[in-house]
Unconditional design. Sequence first.
Length: 262
Amino acid sequence: MKLSVIMPVYNRAPLVGAALRSLLRQQDEADLDIIVIDDGSSDGSADVVREFGRQTSRIRLFQQPNGGVARARNAGLGQLLPQTELVSYLDSDDISPAGRFKTDLGLFDTNAGLELAYSRMKQVETMDDEALQPAAGSRYRVVRGISMSAGIFSRGLVQRTGPFDETFRQAEDTDYLLRVFETSPRHVLPDTIAVYYRQHPGNITRQSETALREHLRALHKSMRRRRHDPSLRDVQGIFEIVDESRWDGPKLAREDRAGPIA
């Protein structure tokens, strides 16, 4: 089955190469199509992607003026190939663990009609970008949290859900996933680690007052949809902290403790 992975990029030149390598190391385990949307980067991110694209036809680069991650993901959805059957995502500062696709794609082979495999993520304080895995001794915690990278979606489910809401400045992923799970898709929740989520100052800023306001707006929209349409389900039990035994410590800032729905 053809799997298209959508990667928005905005000024991640030092990190996007590792993200792409983490996908390409799995190309023998998945029929990969990597759609990179450069969202108006000014730091040479597109040049890094082009260099990888010269080495493989699996990477397709598209560029657009900066419009935010929701618009970039929508642009990626607009570039799906006719033969694409499954869709996933990877942020340009994160890492796809070795063997992830082999494990999760197998679920679609053995479960007829499966629409979504939604796995776990490991939030990592320090990544080893050569080994493409958490650095030795790095703190981490495992969550089933808000992450588009944790899901592999059937194309039918993607079409039924519709585009990302571009009015969101943040929490567009929360809004999208709530819309997905409200419709009760046929899904499984594997224990697979689907993504190494890199903690760094550039994403910790998402724990801001704006992020909280946008997250609450997504929840409010969900409540209104369910009041209007009783067939939509209340989304519960999908997001949880699984293991934070390696996350406690004096360096952990208060805003990092927000848990899986940050």
